[in-house]
Design a protein around this ligand. Structure first.
Ligand SMILES: Cc1cc2nc3c(=O)[nH]c(=O)nc-3n(C[C@H](O)[C@H](O)[C@H](O)COP(=O)(O)OP(=O)(O)OC[C@H]3O[C@@H](n4cnc5c(N)ncnc54)[C@H](O)[C@@H]3O)c2cc1C
Length: 402
């Protein structure tokens, strides 16, 4: 088969690797608009389940990523005026650019052609391919070139955020909430190698406006944030990325869903197909899992149409729970004042349970007390969450048959 993967992010690169690894006869090209070594964002977090998925599908990639991953331990929750709270657990992280370099090297090693500075302007450029994979991210140009084919829905979150880096290395996943006269502003910070950390700043639009960020350029915004987060930064600097050195890269998160993931021989993967809010740290894992699912469907021996249909159905179902959790988690941060003034340990527990649907329906203190004291309630919370996802799952399956 002649296959074009548009986008050299995790979805496009890993899919190319898997398909070429399974059938060296495929002619596969990854087309990436950026020059080699250039990407957006800082480090990404992931957990054992991603490493397990990689190990089951391409052990060399898994070994390199596992060998180089930064391991962070525990969570620190710092709220102005309250004692520090901590939560157990651990996870991994890696500089996004390093992850892409590892995936690119492996794809090249297997014989994939990876072309940088190769922006696809029009899908018609690729009509001599048997399969075109739109792995071109949240703003997918290929998806937008077929309006109406995919039933795309984009929901824009209320909060403003900026994805920054810093040279301070946070060993634990750190949330720091700072009270200002204009409202709360907070960071999500974690180390991703021995020299740097991700530092995402988030706040409500009211706080953003009240702190004057609408009028501040990049340099002044960074200086203001360094002041606000001085106790956490220990004199380290914050760093923004991107070619625009004037404007601060504040964004509102966009949750993308698509009713259909395929149109003829064009299929969506990764962020082009779906996004999940960054507060659950799963977008990279889901992009990789799309690649695994699509490679498996294409390898099953069915005709292309049936393989793409199976991929779409299975991945939509697999995503349901996480998509719901991501919405709840994003909403939790959008309603921060509902949770924050409740004392350190209650707040930390509510933060930990931010994916729960029940928490959005109950008084936070009632939820906290029941969750802490009743095993049955905790089980019910999990079960209710699971059952509502199963209901959606049945709807998706019915929809894909109809
Ligand atoms: C603030 C923030 C924090 C995040 N943190 C995490 C985290 O901690 N853990 C995690 O798992 N996920 C995280 N994510 C999500 C994660 O970054 C994405 O879900 C993941 O990168 C999706 O992979 P992808 O391959 O689908 O798309 P991308 O990684 O976006 O790759 C798409 C590629 O396509 C290229 N491209 C676009 N258009 C074209 C074109 N027309 N022609 C050629 N190339 C094109 C782009 O340059 C890009 O390289 C975060 C996201 C945000 C916004």
């Amino acid at each position: 088969m002649r296959i074009a993967c548009v986008g050299g992010g995790p979805a496009g690169l890993y899919l190319a690797t898997l398909l070429k690894g399974r059938d060296p006869g495929h002619e596969i090209t990854v087309l990436e608009r950026n020059p080699a070594g250039v990407t957006y964002g800082w480090g990404v977090v992931f957990w054992d389940d991603l490493l397990e998925g990689l190990a089951a599908n391409d052990p060399p990639t898994a070994a390199t990523i596992a060998g180089e991953a930064f391991r962070w331990t525990g969570q620190r929750i710092l709220v102005d005026g309250q004692p520090e709270a901590g939560l157990d657990g651990y996870g991994f992280s890696m500089r996004r650019q390093r992850l892409l370099d590892i995936l690119t090297s492996r794809a090249l090693e297997l014989g994939v052609e990876v072309r940088f500075e190769a922006e696809v302007e029009d899908p018609a450029q690729l009509e001599d391919h048997d399969l075109v994979v739109a792995a071109d991210g949240v703003n997918s140009r290929l998806r937008r070139a077929h309006p109406g084919s995919f039933g795309t829905r984009i929901d824009t979150g209320r909060n403003r955020y900026m994805w920054l880096g810093t040279t301070k290395v946070f060993d634990a996943f750190t949330f720091a909430f700072v009270r200002t006269p204009a409202g709360w502003i907070w960071c999500h910070a974690y180390g991703f190698d021995a020299t740097a950390s991700t530092f995402i700043v988030e706040c409500s639009p009211e706080t953003w406006a009240g702190l004057g960020f609408g009028q501040l350029g990049l340099e002044a915004s960074i200086a203001r944030l360094e002041e606000l987060f001085a106790p956490q930064l220990d004199e380290h600097r914050l760093v923004a990325q991107g070619p625009d050195r004037e404007r601060a890269p504040w964004l509102s998160f966009r949750t993308v869903t698509n009713e259909r993931w395929r149109s003829g021989n064009l299929v969506l993967a990764g962020d082009a197909a779906h996004t999940t809010h960054f507060t659950i740290g799963s977008g990279t894992k889901l992009a990789i899992e799309d690649a695994i699912g699509l490679a498996a469907a294409l390898g099953a021996g069915d005709d292309l149409g049936s393989a793409l249909a199976a991929y779409e159905r299975d991945r939509k179902v697999a995503l349901l729970l996480l998509q719901r959790e991501a919405r709840n988690s994003a909403g939790w941060f959008e309603h921060l004042p509902r949770y924050i003034d409740r004392g350190a340990s209650q707040f930390a527990a509510l933060l930990q349970h931010r994916r729960s649907r029940l928490l959005t329906r109950m008084s936070p203190t009632g939820y906290y007390r029941l969750r802490r004291t009743s095993e049955e309630f905790a089980a019910f919370d999990r079960l209710w969450h699971w059952a509502s996802s199963r209901r959606r799952e049945r709807e998706v399956r019915r929809g894909s048959r109809g």
